[in-house]
Design a protein around this ligand. Structure first.
Ligand code: ATP
Ligand code: MG
Length: 323
């Protein structure tokens, strides 16, 4: 057995041990792929540490699915490479399938199957230990999906749930998810976030694409922004939040409340005698302490600066500028 085969074996059969020895689990280096002259992705380099999640955000056609398909070894990169646990995403794609739970951006099911028959098929392909069964049942319950229904008769959201269950039930240490919450109603999007947080407790390494900043903010340590096939930036979510500024509009009940507010140490912009805009950076403890001490007639939270920044970033791509 070659050294390389040995590595693969120890990943598949002893992944816990391996995880500790390999800090950068997912490593992408100068990854480039174009589709017959059409730009796909260009010169992507990033890493995802073991047990953390990276969310990829970007407008339609930015290159998210292309990146994910390269990670899954569906295409050979033109240049550069991607690897997971030191396994090359293209060369070692068969081995990587064993350790990866994958949700495609566009689901193509065998429509004549029932949900259960489809899950049984996936289960069979992976040796079906008892734990898969249990996890499958838990996921079906959490997402409120009836597996007896034929896939042909399922709605878009129901099919998406089935795809999520198939990706998560294997309990794979790596999850690669292409727009996992698309088609889910708001309640189910919340449930999905809870499922991902549950996976994170089990030290899963997650790479997912999304159009919802809030979803990435809640589940990922880092967010990457891709546009026109290029990675613009990778940001640490905790750092972003610490630096985040938020505004609140407030109207207090009387002059004494206004005076308390002025003395609170909060950054204030007076609008008139009793109305103010409050600006808070990072920690909001002082704001809430102050609010507890004064009489408030009206209080309104301004939009989050972060979310606005991301919207701006989407818009500038529409205008085609690079700011
Ligand atoms: N099979 C293909 N053949 C030719 N061009 C393709 C193919 N797949 C993607 N592209 C092109 O590559 C670029 C990136 O597409 P990709 O599907 O990766 O975007 P995306 O970020 O996933 O977008 P969306 O948010 O719409 O899913 C686009 O310009 C697209 O037209
Ligand atoms: Mg896509």
């Amino acid at each position: 057995m070659t050294h390389h085969e040995l590595t693969v074996k120890s990943i598949v059969y002893g992944r816990k041990r391996f995880l500790k020895r390999w800090p950068a689990l997912l490593e992408v280096s100068e990854l480039t792929k174009s589709y017959h002259e059409v730009r796909g992705v260009k010169n992507l380099s990033f890493q995802v540490e073991s047990g953390t999640a990276l969310g990829l955000l970007g407008p339609n056609g930015a290159g998210k699915t292309t990146t994910i398909r390269l990670l899954m070894g569906f295409m050979k990169p033109d240049l550069g490479s991607a690897s997971i646990w030191g396994l090359d995403c293209w060369r070692d794609r068969a081995e990587l399938k064993e350790i990866t739970g994958y949700l495609p951006g566009e689901l193509h099911f065998m429509e004549q199957f029932t949900g259960q028959e489809f899950l049984d098929l996936i289960e069979g392909m992976h040796g079906a230990p008892q734990t898969i069964r249990k996890k499958q049942r838990d996921l079906l319950r959490a997402l409120e999906l009836d597996p007896k229904q034929r896939i042909r008769k399922m709605s878009k959201g129901m099919k998406q749930k089935l795809g999520i269950i198939a990706a998560l039930m294997l309990d794979a240490p790596v999850l690669i998810l292409d727009e996992p919450s698309s088609g889910l109603d708001p309640l189910m999007q919340k449930t999905f976030i809870e499922l991902i947080l549950e996976e994170k407790k089990r030290e899963k390494t997650i790479f997912m694409s999304s159009h919802h900043f809030a979803e990435i903010e809640r589940t990922c340590e880092r967010v990457g922004m891709i546009r026109d096939g290029e990675l613009l930036a990778i940001q640490d979510i905790t750092l972003l939040k610490q630096k985040e500024r938020q505004t609140f509009d407030i109207e207090v009940s009387g002059e004494e409340d206004a005076e308390l507010l002025r003395q609170s140490g909060l950054t204030l912009y007076p609008l008139d005698q009793l109305k103010f805009t409050i600006q808070v950076t990072g920690e909001q403890e002082l704001l809430w302490k102050t609010l507890a001490q004064i009489r408030v007639r009206r209080f309104q939270q301004g939009s989050l600066e972060l979310e606005e920044a991301f919207m701006h970033y989407y818009h500038s791509s529409l205008r085609g500028d690079n700011t």
